[in-house]
Design a protein around this ligand. Structure first.
Ligand SMILES: *Cc1c(COP(=O)(O)O)cnc(C)c1O
Length: 429
């Protein structure tokens, strides 16, 4: 697999390099030079999740890893299902929260951890994973890398802006997992990560790598559950499929569009956001005009400068898909709460991120189309919000409850790059 840097096209890397480096020069994202196309989608869909996903990822990766190796990585990473549930006639929920940290980011985080171990030839080489999280990436990455030899993980998150349970899930592990509460919002955390990657000396010194959705291996893993969703439908349903994606950094939507590029027949995608609506406004006006980040009840989507957007533009350009074919919609906290209530009345318990995707989907779904919305987190992960909206006390599953009782191990830090550098060198030390 060859990938190029979207900003500096002459920089070309292998899959292994892209996984190890995360970002290219000048903060450019890597993008595959060639996308395989599956002609016989029906027989691919007939396979089980693991063998189908192995085929897809093996076709993308090419001969850098053997198909047996890829199968092994996938089997280690995808140890939980991605079921679809009927919510009402012609509308399905895709549940992506059955992994260890109860959000879809387990798919990408775990596949990335497996891939990184597989492509690191020098096993004694020390690696520092630096990542910014608006909540769920941190947990998925922390759990995916916890206890791995020679890998230190440093996770930045906006202090006080993620749910207490979310925080407990990844800031209580210790060992090779270091968590830093930044005095600022998610964009400030993301900007610190970018500065670290721009610092060539630091980067080489500590073997810097990112586990953000900027790492291509994460996006590749996420392609697989779009196929898995389609596989659970009848042919008639999936041939008219409209998929609504609750979006923040836009990795999930990028993966969906990649699935379409590989041959999965998806009629339309919808980019659903909360009040941080840079993309819906851009699709409407053609003007890229990020506003300051607003804190919402769907905090994993509180991103006003989505990192993955250039990949979507690149893919649409290559495929000749007009950006106007993308559906879009912005949902306020009040409206998402209404949709949580509506879904609950339909007998489906959902948290605000999924509810945002449901709302925009049902507003835009047309006669004869099948709708699918992505449920990116388990309702209990946003227990405070869901309890308040539904005036109830929902159950907390075992893993969350266990971490909820543990001590927070995070350190506080101002949003200052020099201070972060000190932390990184100390951790590596
Ligand atoms: C990360 C996250 C999102 C946003 O996904 P992107 O790939 O960043 O667009 C949505 N919902 C939940 C629960 C998340 O954790």
């Amino acid at each position: 697999m060859k990938l190029y840097n979207i900003k500096e096209n002459e920089e070309q890397v292998s899959f292994g390099q892209a996984v190890r480096q995360g970002l290219g020069r000048n903060q450019g994202l890597f993008f595959p030079s060639e996308l395989p196309k599956f002609d016989d989608i029906e027989s691919l869909l007939a396979e089980d999740f693991i063998s189908r996903s192995s085929k897809i990822l093996s076709a993308l990766i090419g001969d850098e890893l053997s198909s047996d190796q890829v199968n092994q990585l996938v089997s280690e990473a995808f140890q939980f299902p991605a079921p679809i549930k009927t919510v009402k006639d012609g509308v399905y929920a895709l549940e992506l929260f059955h992994g260890p940290t109860l959000a879809f980011k387990d798919f990408g985080g775990r596949f990335m951890a497996q891939s990184l171990a597989a492509v690191t030839a020098d096993k004694g080489q020390k690696i520092t994973i630096l990542t910014a999280t608006s909540g769920d990436t941190g947990a998925a990455v922390a759990h995916a890398f916890y206890g791995m030899e020679n890998i230190n993980v440093v996770i930045l998150y906006p202090k006080g802006k993620i749910s207490p349970l979310q925080e407990k899930l990844f800031c209580t592990l210790g060992g090779n997992i270091h968590t830093v509460a930044i005095d600022g919002d998610f964009d400030a955390c993301q900007s610190l990560v970018k500065q670290a990657f721009d610092d060539q000396a630091l980067r080489e010194d500590i073997g810097l790598n990112s586990a953000n959705s900027i790492n291509i291996s994460r996006l590749m893993a996420q392609i697989c559950y779009y196929f898995e969703a389609a596989a659970q439908m009848s042919k008639a349903e999936r041939d008219n499929l409209v998929i609504s994606v609750p979006s923040g950094n836009f990795g999930n939507l990028t993966a969906g569009l990649l699935a379409k590029a590989l041959g999965l027949p998806i009629k339309r995608f919808i980019a659903a956001t909360n009040a941080n609506d840079t993309v819906p406004r851009y699709l409407e006006t053609g003007k890229w005009d990020p506003k300051p980040t607003i804190a919402t009840t769907s905090n994993a989507m509180d991103v006003s400068q989505p990192n993955n957007w250039p990949r979507i533009e690149e893919l649409c350009r290559i495929k000749g898909w007009g950006l106007d074919t993308l559906g879009k919609g912005m949902v306020t906290d009040e409206q998402s709460a209404e949709s949580v209530v509506e879904l609950n009345e339909l007998g489906y318990l959902c948290e605000p991120h999924g509810a945002i995707a449901y709302r925009v989907l049902t507003q835009q779904l047309q006669e004869g189309e099948t709708g699918l919305f992505l449920c990116t987190a388990h309702p209990a992960k946003f227990k405070e919000v869901v309890d308040e909206i539904l005036d109830t006390d929902i159950d907390v599953p075992g893993p969350l409850a266990k971490h909820g009782a543990m001590e927070l191990l995070s350190e506080d830090l101002a949003a200052d790059f020099d201070l972060l550098k000190d932390v990184l060198r100390r951790v590596q030390g």
